[in-house]
Design a protein around this ligand. Sequence first.
Ligand code: HEC
Length: 145
Amino acid sequence: MKKAFLIIVAILILIQFIRPERTNPSVDPAEALQAPEEVVTILRRSCYDCHSNETKWPWYSNIAPMSWSIASHVREGRKALNFSRYRTIDPKIKAKRLKRMIKTTRNGMMPLPSYLWLHKDAKLSPEEKQTIEAWAESELQKLQP
Ligand code: HEC
């Protein structure tokens, strides 16, 4: 028993040396999202930790194995949709993401449910979902040729 415990502790210590990249690349205001205040407020609160270069890395993102999962969410999230580079996104891809934004916020896929465990305030109210949806629809209109 004691030996097993010591082995687990040793493994937990050793994995701390495998550190994922946790960076916030600089933001160029000319590339970043510009939207009405109420929209930006919601997105900043509920989406920016994974979908921008302004991630607020929590203290537990320093500790493996949580650090691995958080860093991978941020990496994948930024790859899928990065509001810090919103104005540089190709219009065709942007249209797809905006449509997915409406779907995924409606059906509760976004923000990621696991994120909401420790970020209760990030949960979207029905009104906030509507605000995001209306904004995304207006963005889609702008993208029509
Ligand atoms: C905890 C991290 C996290 C948060 C917070 C988060 N997302 Fe995501 N999001 C991801 C990851 C990871 C992916 C890419 C993998 C996937 O598609 O599931 C993603 C993908 C997406 C996509 C592309 C999906 C597709 O199928 O094309 C959209 C759109 C999106 N998120 C919107 C949002 C919006 C809007 C919010 C805020 C209301 C949000 N996300 C909050 C992690 C997050």
